[in-house]
Design a protein around this ligand. Sequence first.
Ligand code: SF4
Length: 302
Amino acid sequence: MPPAAESAENRFSNTFLRLKKKLERGVGEAIADFNMIEDGDTVMVCVSGGKDSYSLLSILLALRERAPVNFRVVAMNLDQKQPGFPADVLPAWFESIGVEYRIITEDTYSIVKDKIPEGKTTCSLCSRLRRGIIYRVASEIGATKIALGHHREDMLETLFLNMFFGGKIKAMPPKLVSDDGNHVVIRPLAYCTENDIARFARAMEYPIIPCNLCGSQENAQRKQIKAMLAGWARDYPGRIESLATALQNVVPSHLADQRLFDFQGLTRHSQVAEGDTAFDPPELPRAPANIVRITPLDGVQD
Ligand code: SF4
């Protein structure tokens, strides 16, 4: 269990209560904005034992107390038989908070070790296997929603990963339908910052299960993006917030994807939502004194 002393907050301080309220507000807004949870839903919350999924479960349970709709929450953990996985930790935790839960044991670790040559990254096969099991369990328990603990930074990392290495402007959506059309996956922490979640989890003293039990290295490209975003957060206050806002502010007429905007049919008489600013400098908000002004030289151009 992580030492409580590491945390600036304790569960009874005003700072913690403010933080809790902020996270609950963020989750509540995301749920409402994307219509994530409806009356009668069964929400299966995938809990890995990391800070994000523990926090998601606590916040959803707190919000359920005062939600205008009724929904069932089932916590689900997949024991993938990673060496050293402490199989008793999560059942004990779920019992202690009185949440309905399922523990599923599937030895994907052996499959992955068997199929992937030593030294190669195992995460993509491992995640594919995990996803299949999660969908199967969701069907078995009649879950209408599958909730995952990804947060704002996860979404931004994915955006840059896709842009830098996949040639796509594509992030991680707050809500999606599975490939087979049978499941709706939701990410209620979409508006929450990793830093707030980390502070919350420390104060809550969750029995964190380390995520590197399988011995796989974190994907090197993701690590690189994480470092880039952390550097921006440190050196350019407001930049990460602006990026997160940008995910909700897409202007197809100012990109170059012909599937999203009819450039072929664009004529002198077409009405374009953002108007013609081709020759104007970009309209950017006035920067507060401590924020470095973004200029076209930073790559922001119309
Ligand atoms: S880090 Fe290990 S457990 Fe996690 S996805 Fe990769 S291989 Fe699977």
